[in-house]
Design a protein around this ligand. Structure first.
Ligand SMILES: O=c1ccn([C@@H]2O[C@H](COP(=O)(O)O)[C@@H](O)[C@H]2O)c(=O)[nH]1
Length: 233
């Protein structure tokens, strides 16, 4: 179990005023936050600076996927911003991931956690064949998680459904970051491989990424606190 709530709130907003309204209610002791492609494309590094000023640990979820030189430079740029966690697509391969890890060496203990994205939680096994991947989601997640660990990464993004099997394949301290979290009864949206917050923790997730069940709730703070309470925080 992490020292504070394992919750990472996905700040997927297009309208700055809506984000600010939520941030006024959030407290860094309650959760960490995630800046994804939408928010970063709209507001850039300023949004990360603002979140840092407010005291939040920031997961910069830009899922870099490029040649090793470009990915390493992008990850170093993220480290310059002082983010807590950054990620790359594990399907970029070992050369890309080891280059990204090497780029972070210069930051010492201030380096962000480097996480590999395995199979998006919006995908089901059936869809993998159409992108040339043989086998089911679990097999592909296992393959990419092992490759990420061999490349020196700190963990992977996967669905909570894969966590218990992954724990048998990867080092003990390897971090498993799980989106696709849906409290019982909430809408799935485009998520396919889902789990409830308490099941995800029981199966061994280190961090839970939760977006719409909090951000689109009528009372985001109450929804966040309800999830924390269900996990004992
Ligand atoms: O496999 C992945 C990787 C990243 N995500 C991101 O997590 C959040 C989930 O938001 P919800 O609203 O709770 O569905 C979102 O920012 C995704 O970009 C993911 O869902 N799955």
């Amino acid at each position: 179990m992490t020292e504070k709530s394992p919750l990472i709130v996905a700040l997927d907003f297009a309208v700055r005023a809506e984000l600010d309204a939520l941030l006024e209610k959030l407290d860094p002791s309650l959760c960490r936050v995630k800046v994804g492609k939408e928010l970063f494309t709209l507001y850039g590094p300023d949004i990360v600076r603002d979140l840092h000023k407010r005291g939040f640990d920031v997961f910069l979820d830009l899922k870099f996927h490029d040649i090793p030189n470009t990915t390493a430079a992008a990850v170093a740029a993220a480290a310059d911003m002082g983010v807590w966690m950054v990620n790359v697509h594990a399907s970029g391969g070992m050369k890309m991931m080891t280059a990204a890890k090497a780029a972070l060496q210069a930051y010492g203990k201030d380096a962000p956690l480097l996480i590999g994205v395995t199979v998006l939680t919006s995908m089901q096994s059936e869809e993998l064949a159409s992108i040339g991947v043989g086998g089911d989601a679990l097999a592909q997640v296992g393959r990419l998680a092992s490759l990420s660990a061999e490349s020196g990464l700190d963990g992977v993004v996967c669905s909570a459904r894969e966590v218990s099997v992954l724990r048998t394949l990867i080092p003990k301290d390897f971090l498993l970051v799980t989106p696709g979290i849906r409290p019982a009864g909430s809408e799935l949206g485009d998520q396919q491989r889902v789990a409830t917050p308490s099941d995800a923790i029981a199966m061994g997730s280190n961090y839970l990424v939760v977006g719409r069940p909090i951000t689109r709730s009528a009372d985001p703070l109450a929804s966040l606190k309800e999830i924390n309470a269900s996990l004992g925080y």
